[in-house]
Structures are given as C-alpha cells and as structure tokens.
Design a binder for this molecule. Sequence first.
Ligand SMILES: [Ca+2]
Length: 108
Amino acid sequence: MKPEEKARKKIDKLLGAAGWIVQEYRELNLGVGLGVAVGDFPLKTGFAKGNYTMSAYAWPLPNETDTLDNTLVYGRITVTISGDLNGDFTVDIYDAIILANHYNQHYP
Ligand SMILES: [Ca+2]
C-alpha cells in the first residue's frame, strides 16, 4: 500500500470517528446523512492539479441595500488529491494532524 493510501485510510477512519460518512464517488449517496465526505471525486478533464483563482458574484436580493460584499475576487481554490487538507499535493501525517485538530467540531 502506498503512503498516500495509508494516510487516506487513516484520515477516512478519523472522519468516520468524527461522525462523517465516508463514501467513494462511484457509490455516492448524499441522502445517507448530514456529513458526507467524498473520496476520489473526479475532476473534469483539462483541469490539472494546482492553485486556481476564482471570483463569484451574488445577485442582490430584493430590497438589499448593502451590496459591497456581493463580489468575491481572488478567492483561492486548490485542486489536489482527496485527503490533502493543507494543499501541498501530498496526503500525509500533516493532513491527519489538521483533521485531528478539528475532531468533533461542528459548524454552527
Ligand atoms: Ca497534504
């Protein structure tokens, strides 16, 4: 088993212990619970691993007067392998540490 595969297995186990449901993309069922982590999510062809800059705009809601925060420019997304939480293109113990530091935390 490759080091990335070992780390992925460990991370999946930690995700499961934290209450996440870990599924592979080919068997994905988002209806099984609230926290679903997806492994081996395919990217569209033509997108290489790397850092990308994105921008987004939210159309104003009816009667919305403060629209200064409707535009996001230079948000950064990293396309990498699943399990790579720090974006260094490797799944290793540093990713497991990040996961462990957030173990059992819930978004409000
Ligand atoms: Ca990493």
